[in-house]
Ligand binder design. Structure first.
Ligand SMILES: *[C@@H]1O[C@H](CO)[C@@H](O)[C@H](O)[C@H]1NC(C)=O
Ligand SMILES: *[C@@H]1O[C@H](CO)[C@@H](O)[C@H](O)[C@H]1NC(C)=O
Ligand SMILES: *[C@@H]1O[C@H](CO)[C@@H](O)[C@H](O)[C@H]1NC(C)=O
Length: 387
């Protein structure tokens, strides 16, 4: 009797312990998410054909390492978003803007190269920034969702190219955007203090878009922070800094400091969004740390010349704004294409002065996929679970 009593007590104790401490963790222990689709928002880091569809194809040798020709990506091959899709068992994402050959049953990509979170007050021609800023990408998503419903309801030949209604709430919403918002200010000759001062406004606009997607049914959000922009050849070439502002790796400190400040505020924004959107699973991914580790310890990771572009022409960083990767120049009346100057892009980090090679993208993906750089630290395929 006494034994039974103490057993009962023990059980009650155990149960209350379970409900107190273990239950929150049990959320992690539930199964993989089986995301049926990805909807991606971003800039060139994740553009799989948007800018190419709207403003002309990224020229060869882009795409040559994997697609054997231009494939709408600013890289020799695949991007982090491609490796994300692949690892979730989904096809590579079609760009929303790509009218030909697209199949959106497993998602759509709204990212375009040169996109910013805030709409810029300059044209693509003037400044190189895309008109498809994050708010526009949301308008496109909104229309995509609305018309997918309509078209599937009506039943037509396009039905088989669009996602089912229930896909929108179960999909993974991915973001990699913000880098161009930072460089935009510098290219307008703003000081670092001036750039820092507008970061909160940039993040307010980011927050608005995430909330709008939530209102449209989105629940799982995978948010990359911004990379070490001060280590990119085009930034170091176009925005030279003093010797005292160069770190031991060779990167420009002021731009990396601003990127870190942006990331700090982005992380705070994600924490706030968790409070505001009670059913959302928001994962913040520290891509900055991964990319900086890759660049600063390139040799250890099997890469060479971390600060030099593979496809470019001349100068300290093999980068020249006027002789970009794939552009054509006339030498003695003969047309020459600016192509690859590195022997083996599979051991090079930077592709064209602005973007990463497929090998670097794969390396970054391999570091982030298991959650080691995520807050909360859950793997990609579990990113639907709230804490
Ligand atoms: C564009 O101009 C508007 C109106 O002056 C201003 O409110 C907005 O902040 C500007 N956008 C950027 C990115 O500078
Ligand atoms: C679109 O892709 C899905 C998944 O890969 C496939 O099942 C479907 O048949 C495709 N639609 C068309 C019209 O080819
Ligand atoms: C920034 O400053 C440079 C050098 O003074 C000048 O050539 C350029 O026109 C300026 N750019 C803008 C957008 O004001």
């Amino acid at each position: 009797m006494e034994f039974l009593c103490s057993m009962k007590l023990l059980l009650t104790l155990l149960l209350s312990l379970l409900s107190l401490s273990l239950v929150p963790h049990l959320a992690f222990a539930t199964g993989p998410c089986h995301f049926p689709a990805i909807f991606n928002f971003g800039d060139s880091n994740s553009d799989t054909g948007g800018l190419s569809a709207a403003f002309g194809q990224a020229p060869p040798p882009n795409g040559e390492s994997y697609f054997h020709g231009p494939a709408g990506r600013y890289s020799d091959g695949r991007l982090v978003i491609d490796f994300i899709a692949k690892s979730l068992g989904l096809p590579y994402l079609s760009a929303y803007l790509d009218a030909l050959g697209s199949n959106f049953t497993h998602g759509a990509n709204f990212a375009t190269a040169g996109s910013t979170i805030r709409p810029q007050n300059t044209t693509l021609h003037q400044s190189g920034f895309s008109p498809f800023s994050l708010n526009v990408q949301f308008y496109q998503f909104n229309d995509f969702q609305r018309r997918s419903h309509l078209i599937r309801k009506q039943g037509s030949v396009y039905e088989g190219l669009l996602p089912e209604a229930e896909v929108f709430s179960r999909a993974l919403y991915t973001f990699d955007i913000g880098q161009n918002d930072l460089t935009a200010g510098y290219f307008l000759n703003m000081t670092t203090d001036q750039v820092r001062a507008y970061v909160p406004d940039v993040l307010d606009q980011f927050k608005t878009v995430v909330k709008s997607i939530y209102e449209h049914g989105g629940r799982s959000f995978w948010i990359h922070n911004t990379g070490p922009v001060g280590c990119l050849p085009y930034v170091m070439d176009l925005l030279p800094v003093t010797a005292a502002q160069v770190d031991k790796v060779g990167c420009a400190t002021p731009f990396n400091e601003v990127a870190k400040y942006f990331n700090l505020r982005l992380k705070e924004t994600v924490v706030q969004l968790r409070k505001d959107l009670s059913s959302a699973a928001l994962t913040y991914v520290d891509v900055y740390a991964v990319k900086y580790d890759l660049i600063s310890q390139a040799k250890k990771h099997g890469f060479v010349h971390p600060l030099q572009a593979c496809c470019g022409h001349g100068g300290k960083y093999n980068y020249n704004k006027h002789l970009g990767c794939g552009s054509k120049i006339k030498v003695n009346g003969e047309e020459i294409m600016v192509g690859k100057s590195c022997k083996d892009p599979s051991v090079v980090i930077n592709w064209d002065g602005v973007h990463y090679t497929q090998a670097a993208n794969k390396w970054v993906f391999d570091q982030i996929v298991n959650g080691a750089y995520s807050d909360p630290p859950i793997p990609l395929h579990m990113a639907c679970h709230t804490q």
